[in-house]
Design a protein around this ligand. Structure first.
Ligand code: GP9
Ligand code: MN
Length: 616
């Protein structure tokens, strides 16, 4: 059949054609904003077919109320794109269906969501509004949406969609955002769902021994019990204080001669301080830091690791301490279901679990009781626990210093210059100052109870607080004035680590590279306790060199080595290498490919252990 000019115009003006054009424009906007992808052909050939196929299928399924079905689909897409946009702005990574499933978790961080949006974002809803007159016009005319060659279109889009999906399956899924950019958003979800369903993930059974892992990191292996630090803090009470959103740059920082963290600074004199330890959490944020601390295994990355845990027993720091005579308790003033802690804590094996059911819900700041309530609660429990157990392991997770860091005025006791007032950075410093004060009071209590002298207290940050869209251009200027340089990845990703043990440490600073994965082996070595299951991290007191992986907050495939930070290509950026000391970008680094391979090998081996231990 030959098509003349009038037929062609009719074809273009057919409501389905108009709807597909609108969909294409919407997808283009999504691609440009999220992936910086301006390639017409890439969008047309890789992205468009699968989204468009849905429209055609809807016309075939819904013979009546077709308009309503399509309108609902476009509305769904607007909501989905906004969610992806906000998520990407906050976490700098494109979410998968898994993360979106997790979105209910943002109930507690609702304050931050408000900081992520701009009025322009709502242009994603423009088409949903614009097609209403179209619906009205066509339904008035009595024209249906059915068209004769729906089946042909469906076959065409299916073929293209299938071809692109087959191509996607041929590539390794190391970084989901990058994969989605290259091979299509829907395809990235299909490949991910498939890999999860067959349990492939990235795990590999290379059976790397502890010795081999040390060699890959660049160290000569020394048996655990032969390390100089082995057993230095034997038979001490153990406290871990995981401080919400605490970054290293605040330690010893002064503004107009006022210290941000006077209490932690004072504690340094009884501590071994590590000032080059990087966060390694993935999508599970706080809970991933808890995971790293208690297993010395990598978090899953794209999925909060806690989602893979079902409450059954796994080897952990907690169980090892218990076998060595410790009673074990964990404290966090939030809902036990948040981050699946109702599964995590039984898996790790704590004797006592205290969450917002037990810790009184008073003096609320943000989404839970203030840290002073938490620490007072710990103090109230300790005496009875110590009657039952000679030795206690107390794991304390603070909460107050959480984004958006807004504190009641009477809690803002740090004297800040005017220019910091009511800024995100200013609020952050105020809230860090508050938590520091509470840690100071807690230490004071330990001293008064005569516990301090016989304790080892590990204090560390779970992850950065200053990142993503809430940090404005003005905040960056303020940070530059504080730091003397542009706020960089080291400022963001390094968390402070203090092993406070009076009588053992006298204020030494250790600058070798470390990650949160190293906290458990370092602590166990000090206590002179061996762990039965393999740990991926190592004793920071023993080893000089390191090789750290990070997923999620850096594109998969990135690594941190002694002299470089390599960021693998992402949805928006190409690969970059930085000199880790100067944070200047460099063209190359010695052994780049080898380090990339070794990092992947170590992480895959870690995944293998995790999957074996959690059966997930
Ligand atoms: C939630 C609290 C904060 O219970 O630990 O978690 P985060 O938002 O930092 O992951
Ligand atoms: Mn946190």
């Amino acid at each position: 059949m030959k098509m003349n000019g009038i037929d062609f115009m009719k074809y273009c003006l057919h409501p389905i054609s108009l709807l597909l054009i609108i969909l294409f424009i919407k997808l283009t906007a999504f691609q440009i904003i999220i992936f910086d992808n301006k390639s017409f052909f890439h969008i047309l050939l890789v992205e468009f077919p699968l989204w468009a196929l849905t429209v055609i299928i809807l016309t075939m399924i819904f013979k009546k109320r077709t308009w309503l079905a399509i309108w609902t689909y476009y509305l769904f897409l607007s909501i989905l794109f906004i969610v992806v946009l906000y998520y990407t702005r906050y976490f700098s990574t494109v979410p998968s269906y898994y993360d979106v499933k997790q979105i209910y978790q943002s109930n507690s961080v609702g304050g931050t969501v408000a900081l992520l949006g701009t009025p322009f974002d709502y242009l994603f809803f423009l088409d949903v509004i614009l097609i209403i007159p179209l619906i009205w016009y066509f339904s008035k005319e009595g024209r249906s949406l059915s068209f004769s060659n729906a089946r042909g279109w469906a076959i065409g889009f299916s073929c293209f969609g299938l071809l692109m999906t087959i191509i996607a399956f041929r590539y390794p899924l190391i970084d989901v955002s990058y994969f989605a950019k290259k091979h299509g958003y829907i395809q990235s979800q299909i490949v991910q769902a498939f890999e999860r369903s067959i349990g492939k993930a990235l795990a590999s059974n290379d059976d790397l021994s502890e010795q081999k892992i040390e060699e890959l990191k660049g160290n000569s292996y020394v048996p655990f019990t032969e390390h100089a630090s082995y057993g230095l803090a034997r038979n001490r009470q153990v406290f871990t204080i995981q401080v919400e959103s605490l970054q290293k740059f605040v330690i010893n920082l002064k503004i107009n001669n006022h210290e941000i963290t006077p209490n932690l600074n004072a504690l340094l004199k009884d501590s071994a301080y590590f000032n080059n330890v990087y966060q390694q959490i993935g999508a599970g944020n706080t809970s991933d830091a808890e995971w790293l601390m208690h297993t010395s295994l990598y978090p899953e990355g794209m999925d909060p690791t806690v989602n893979l845990i079902d409450g059954s027993e796994i080897p952990s720091l907690v169980r090892t301490l218990e076998k060595n005579g410790y009673g074990t308790a964990t404290y966090h003033a939030d809902d036990i279901n948040y981050w699946n802690r109702d599964q995590l804590y039984p898996s790790l094996g704590f004797d006592y679990v205290y969450t917002n059911k037990e810790i009184p819900n008073v003096k609320e700041i943000g989404f839970g009781p203030a840290d002073e309530v938490l620490f007072e609660y710990v103090e109230s429990q300790l005496p009875k626990q110590l009657k039952k157990h000679n030795l206690m392991y107390s794991n304390i997770i603070t909460l107050t210093n959480h984004t958006p860091f807004e504190m009641p005025k009477n809690y803002q006791t740090l004297k800040l210059p005017e220019r910091f007032h009511d800024t995100y950075v200013g609020n952050y410093l105020q809230s860090v100052h508050y938590t520091d004060q509470q840690i100071g009071l807690f230490i004071e209590q330990l001293k008064q109870r005569g516990l301090y002298e016989n304790s080892v207290i590990l204090i560390y940050g779970d992850h950065s607080g200053l990142h993503g869209a809430p940090v404005t251009a003005n905040d960056k200027k303020l940070l530059k004035s504080l730091l003397g340089h542009e706020y960089n990845m080291n400022d963001r990703f390094i968390v402070p680590v203090l092993f406070t043990a009076p009588g053992i440490f006298t204020g030494e600073t250790n600058s070798q590279l470390g990650g949160q994965i190293d906290l458990m082996p370092t602590l166990l070595n000090l206590l002179g306790i061996e762990h039965e299951s393999q740990m991926i991290g190592h004793n920071l007191f023993q080893y000089e060199k390191n090789l750290l992986g990070m997923r999620y907050y850096l594109p998969g495939g990135s690594f941190i080595s002694d002299n470089a930070i390599y960021t693998a290509p992402s949805a928006k950026l190409s690969a970059s290498i930085y000199n880790r000391k100067t944070m200047k970008q460099v063209k190359n680094v010695e052994g780049l490919q080898q380090k990339m391979n070794y990092t992947l090998m170590i992480m895959q081996h870690s995944d293998y252990i995790r999957m074996k231990e959690t059966k997930n």
